[in-house]
Design a binder for this molecule. Sequence first.
Ligand SMILES: Cc1cc2nc3c(=O)[nH]c(=O)nc-3n(C[C@H](O)[C@H](O)[C@H](O)COP(=O)(O)OP(=O)(O)OC[C@H]3O[C@@H](n4cnc5c(N)ncnc54)[C@H](O)[C@@H]3O)c2cc1C
Length: 544
Amino acid sequence: MSRIDRREILSVIGTAAATLAPSLATGQTPPPGPSSLPRGMSRARFSTALSELRTIVGEQWVFADEASVTPYRKSLVPDPGARHVPCGAVAPASVEEVQRILQVANRHRLPLWPVSTGKNMGYGSTTPATPGQMVLDLKRMNRIISVDPELCTALVEPGVTYQQLANYIAEHKLPLWIDVPTVGPIVGPVGNTLDRGVGYTPYGEHFMVQCGMEVVLADGQILKTGMGSTRNPSAWQSFKWGYGPYLDGIFTQSNFGVVTKMGLWLMPAPPVYKPFVVRHGKMADVSRIVDAMRPMRIANIIPNVVLMMSAAYQLAMFNRHDDIWDKPGVIPEEVIAEAAKKAGLGMWNTYFALYGATEVSIADSEKIVRQAFEAIGGEVLTAAEMGDNPYFHHHATLMRGGLSLEEVGIARWRGAGGGLAWFAPVAPAKGDESVGQVALAKQILGRHGFDYTSAFAIGSRELHHIIALLYDRSDVDEHARAEACYRELVVGFGDKGWASYRTGVQAMDLVAQQYGAANRSVNARLKRALDPNGIIAPGKSGIA
Ligand SMILES: Cc1cc2nc3c(=O)[nH]c(=O)nc-3n(C[C@H](O)[C@H](O)[C@H](O)COP(=O)(O)OP(=O)(O)OC[C@H]3O[C@@H](n4cnc5c(N)ncnc54)[C@H](O)[C@@H]3O)c2cc1C
């Protein structure tokens, strides 16, 4: 097994890793070529806007020369036509600077693409939905404003990473857990939650455990949602709803404002934690696993966001396609099955955990869970039985909110280039729906020569089918095929009513079309009301 090292991981990620360092460029830096200028903006006007931005944040925090913009252009998603190229980046250090940047953007009609930690890998990283936007990089705003150990809440700025939050909790010896997506160390709660991302403890549905936001609107006004604007905002991080229409949702997966603070709930560290994997031997078992899992998730007998990992996805974490199969194209199922067996994996590997106040309290749940899975031919295994199996170790880490970067290895499954686009259709948590989805995904991916490397995340009543379209971005033909394949997946699944819960910059409009005309019209009207000049992230979620 070829586990990859940290340096290789960082080269695979290839995002704006250097953006905390000031640019070496000064005011003399040449503006980028016309192809990446904001639409309809002259080079002279762009230069004026850059000068004004430099007076706000300092010269070293405006990135507009080729070298310093390059990290912001890196992406894993298919973009053979280079349509998702930013024109530069600006990195403010405070809310006041964000407000002043928005004034400049309004004056010059300069579109801004806000990112928090900017690692939206497989969805576009820091690249914008339309060409010529300036990345509004909020990494420098990275203060943990407060952590309340009694209420188990935190208030953070956009640049705060999960690693930073974990370090804070460890330093202050707080009995609290965080919940992380699979790439926790380098990403953060604000960006992840705003894109409605997930993790794998009982607090895995991140928007559900978000509480209170501070948002800078396009006209510079500051909005505090929930209890944040009351005379005594001490309940800002403890009561989500405030009064009147609930607004937080409209600032997620949207372009209606720039979020500059966000509250979140933290999980009290449970005294007892017991992770499990259930192995099943056949791809066709998918339906039975989903049907067995559903009632236990709904009744909260299994309290965490469950991952059902296909063998091919798991193998891709620590291997390359060519390690498993020495021919190009789709690896046959029996070859995957053999490699999986050698790695101690089933064809489906369902990871869940029990959390409790005492051993006794989780022992009762364990009995129910074992019975349910053994009745459908599953092997229910614990840490003691899985020993040092690296796949089990990885998931056991995630399900207690631990930090790991190992899964990034999937992006180099094929060839030398690193390529990954997440396709994430949603379905109700019903076995027959999962079977239909697996068959359709294999058919479309197979037609384009790509492996079915996927997982299902079972939140509660729904399935997020998380399909990693893995391809070699350095191969021109494969890059183009990946783009075509992704579009075919969106359309093919959409025709069956399986629309995506989230998508990359390369398909935002396509997915938006599947949510109907009324939905699009309401979003467009909100956009015109809140951002009449269209300066915040045009094209995000298909909203112009
Ligand atoms: C191997 C691998 C595994 C992954 N596993 C997971 C996983 O388990 N769960 C998961 O959810 N994701 C996963 N991802 C996808 C992604 O890397 C994470 O979701 C990551 O948290 C997003 O990046 P970020 O936190 O840096 O957010 P950012 O890139 O900063 O933000 C994401 C988007 O939110 C919007 N946004 C961000 N900040 C603001 C703001 N302040 N105001 C307004 N809009 C804003 C922008 O549109 C931005 O593009 C995975 C990726 C890889 C490569």
